[in-house]
Design a protein around this ligand. Sequence first.
Ligand code: ADP
Length: 486
Amino acid sequence: MNDGSPFSSPLLDQVGGFVDGAWILAEVRPCFVVTDPANGEVLAYVPELGAAEARAAVEAARAALSRVGSLAERRGWLTRIAELLTEHADELAMIITRENGKPLGEARGEVLYAAGFYAHAATSAEHLVPRVLDERPRGLTWTVHHRPAGVVGLITPWNFPLAMLAKKLSAALAAGCAAVVKPAEVTPLTCVAFFRLLERVGLPRGLVNLVAGDAQAIGEVLCSHPAVRVLSFTGSTAVGRKLAAQAAPHLKRLSLELGGNAPCLVFEDADLDATVEALVANKLRAAGQTCVCTNRVLAHASIADALATKLASRVAALVVGPGTEPNVDVGPLIDGRGWDKVHDHVEDAVERGASVVGGALADRPTETDGWFFRPMVLSGVPLDARCMQAETFGPLLPIATFTTEDEAMAIANDVDAGLAAYVFTADGARAERVARGLRFGHVGLGTATGPTPEAPFGGMGASGYGREGGLEGLMEYVEIQTVPSS
Ligand code: ADP
C-alpha cells in the first residue's frame, strides 16, 4: 500500500477485501481511492469489489457456521479482540484520523470505545446459556435455546469506522453468527487494519469477511441472498429505507440505526456553564458528524441570549485543524458534499432571519485545503429552517426558543427522526416528565454523552429499529428456539 504513498502503517501492509480467509488484493482489478479529508492526500487504492465477491463472502460465511466455536470459545475470541484493539490503539487511531479526519485523541477514544463493545459482549454472552422453564400443570419443562441467527450482513458508515462495526460484530460473534462486513468507501482502511488484527485471533476460516467497493451491488446481495438472515445497517435514512425495501421480499431481520435530529432542551433553571461544556463536547465530536450530535438547541426564551453568548465564546476558543496535530479540537468534515450542506444550512437560516452570533461563513475550500469548517452559533433560528428540519451533520449550533415545557416537547418531537435527545434543567421531576414525553430512543438528562456497550441504543420513528449494545443488542443476532421435554 505504501508505494509512493505518504501514509504507511504496519496494519496496512495488505489493502483489500478479505473473503474465506484470504486477501483479495489490487493486482488486476479497478480500485477506488481513499483520501485524507484534511489535505486531499491519497492514502490508498483499494480494490473495488462487487456482487461476485459479496456472494463468495456469504458462501464462505455460510460454510463457516459449522465451525463456529462453543460459547466459551467465542467469549475467548471477543476478549482477545478487545485486547488487540487496546494494544494497537495508537496505530488504529492514526488510520482513523487520516481517513476520517477526527482528532487523534478522539480517534484513540473510538478505538477504546470499540474495544469496550467486544469486552462487554464477552461478558454478556453468558445470557445465551439455555433457560429452562417449568410448565407446572403438565409437569413439563421447556428449554429456551439462543441459536445463532446465521450469516449476517453488516454495513457501516464512515463517522466511526471502527466503533460502528464493533457494536454489530461483537454481538454477532457472541451469538455465534458468521459475518460479511461492508465498510464505507471513504473509510475502509480502519476496517482493513482491524481485519489484519482479526487474523491473529484464530477465528475459523470464513467466519468474518470484508467486502468493500460497489455499495449498491454488495447491498443487493446482502439483502437478497437466502443465507443472510440478519442485515444490520448504520447510515442515512434514505439508504436504510432502500435496504428495508430490498430485503422485505426475503423476510430478513433488519437492524437499522439511521439519521437523528437530536434536540437539546435547555430550561431556564439549567446551569448554563455546565450545559455549554456538555453541548460543545457532544456537538463537536467528529466535527458534528455523528447521529447523536445535537442538531437543534431549543432554549427557554429567558436564557437563550445568555446561552448563545456563552456558546459563541466557547466555540471561538476551539482549535480547528488537521486531526494529526496536537491540541486540535475540531478536524475537517469528511468531504465537499458535507461542507456544502453545513454552508447551505447556515445561509438558509440567515435568509430566514437567524443571526450569526459565533463564527462566520468562509469561502469554499478546495480538497487540498481540507474540508475545514469553523464551528458556528446561530440564534433566533426559525423552526422551518433547514437546519431545524434535517440533520446538518456539521459544526453548526442553531438556537431556537420556547416558552413552556409543553411547547419545548412539541418542538422536539415535531420531526420524523427519534434517536437522541438531551434535557438540561435543575428540576429532576421536570427532567423525568420531559424524558417520558420525548419520542427518542436515547435521552440524556443533564448529560449529553452517547451510547455505551452496556446499554441498548437505537431509534424510534425514522431513526430506525433494532438496538445495539446491552442484552437487546445481542438478541438481534439470536434465534429463539423452544424445546419441550417431559
Ligand atoms: P452517508 O450519506 O452518511 O455516507 P450512507 O447511508 O450513504 O451515509 O452510507 C452508509 C453506508 O451505507 C456506507 O457503507 C455506504 O457505502 C452504504 N451504502 C450506500 N448506499 C448503499 C446501497 N444502495 N446499498 C447498500 N449500502 C449502501
